[in-house]
Write a protein that binds this ligand. Structure first.
Ligand SMILES: [Zn+2]
Length: 342
């Protein structure tokens, strides 16, 4: 059954160990459930920046800011979205109020484990695998092996690949609690920080891409939509579902392929900023011109991992700011470093 734990038999002592760690994880979870301030305390006197202040902050962000102490404070005070440059594949980290939520991990060798280590991540409270294709879950395998993971969600669709089997085996053999994501599922991490699954609905049937979990995240007054590789059929179903989809930020479907980002859908999402995760000089020649022109038609500013590298978004009650690691040659240069809403 697709939404059940693996049916692989476990020896009794392994089962006992699993239940021990599962119980331990629940205790840890209870200890973490209280909403932490987005600001982490600094031990250094005012005006002096300590190693602790900048620990886990991406170097490219600090390097660009004229006042590193102020930048560190802004960083710790913000809800954060990291779009990682993992070549062809998706890997996104959401952070805020002490929570770490990883949405996909890129392909094998994506380097996501190393990115998370650079960010000084010690626990992943949620791992969301949008769908079972390797360019989204293969990178989660070293993550599951290395980091304590409290919860894992995927659409509950089986896939006949060694990568998927390994991923599910690891989920089943660690303390992580597995959740089958489905439209309507909602989780509030804290006041003003929540995540809602808006696709697939219980009756929706489709290929693996269209079965991608689509999640809409609220951070303050900013909404962000992440749609894995959901394509036109899924977008049509979302439009018919009645879920609110208008979002300031959009992780476009299927790496900027024209099989996603249909005109009707983008017209309703109305993204101010669209993020396309695709590999440099990728063999699929993504993103597709048609996708770019649809996004441009509706006024979206576009950031691409293949030209901007890692992209950091800081969000607070006033809005959001986008910080790309690289600024590509003109005309994209004009787009870099903006994003504060009025
Ligand atoms: Zn993909």
């Amino acid at each position: 059954m697709p939404n059940q734990k693996s049916a692989l038999p476990y020896p009794a002592h392994i089962a006992r160990i699993r239940y021990f760690f599962r119980g331990l994880s629940i205790l840890v979870l209870l200890g973490l459930l209280s909403c932490k301030s987005r600001e982490e305390p600094s031990a250094a006197p005012e005006g002096i920046i300590s190693r602790d202040d900048i620990s886990g902050i991406p170097a490219f962000f600090l390097e660009k800011e004229p006042d590193p102490a102020k930048a560190a404070e802004d960083y710790h005070n913000a809800w954060r979205i990291h779009f990682f440059d993992v070549g062809h594949g998706d890997a996104i980290l959401l952070q805020g109020n002490g929570y770490n939520i990883l949405v996909d991990g890129g392909d094998r060798g994506s380097g996501i484990r190393e990115y998370l280590l650079e960010l000084a991540i010690d626990t992943l409270h949620w791992v969301v695998a949008t769908h079972p294709h390797a360019d989204h879950i293969a990178g989660l395998i070293p993550v599951l092996r290395h980091f304590p993971v409290l919860n894992v969600m995927d659409p509950g669709v089986r896939h006949t690949s060694l990568t998927y089997d390994t991923f599910r085996f690891l989920v089943d053999s660690t303390a992580a609690i597995f959740h089958k994501g489905m439209a309507g599922w909602t989780h509030s991490f804290c006041d003003q920080f929540a995540m809602q699954v808006i696709h697939p609905g219980a009756d929706f049937k489709g290929g693996l891409n269209d079965m991608s979990l689509v999640i809409r995240v609220q951070m303050g007054n900013t909404f962000a939509l992440f749609q894995g590789d959901a394509e036109h059929r899924a977008e049509k179903s979302i439009l018919n579902s009645g879920f609110p989809i208008k979002s300031h930020l959009l992780k476009t479907g299927h790496h900027g392929s024209r099989t996603s980002s249909s005109d009707d859908y983008i017209a309703q999402v109305q993204p101010e900023v669209a993020f396309i995760l695709c590999g440099e000089n990728n063999k699929y020649r993504l993103p597709n011109e048609e996708t770019l022109s649809t996004l441009t038609k509706y006024g979206s500013t576009i950031y691409q991992s293949n030209t901007h590298g890692n992209i950091l978004v800081l969000i607070d009650e006033q809005g959001y700011r986008v910080f790309p690691k690289k600024i590509p040659p003109a005309p994209e240069t004009l787009l870099a470093g903006i994003g504060i809403r009025d």
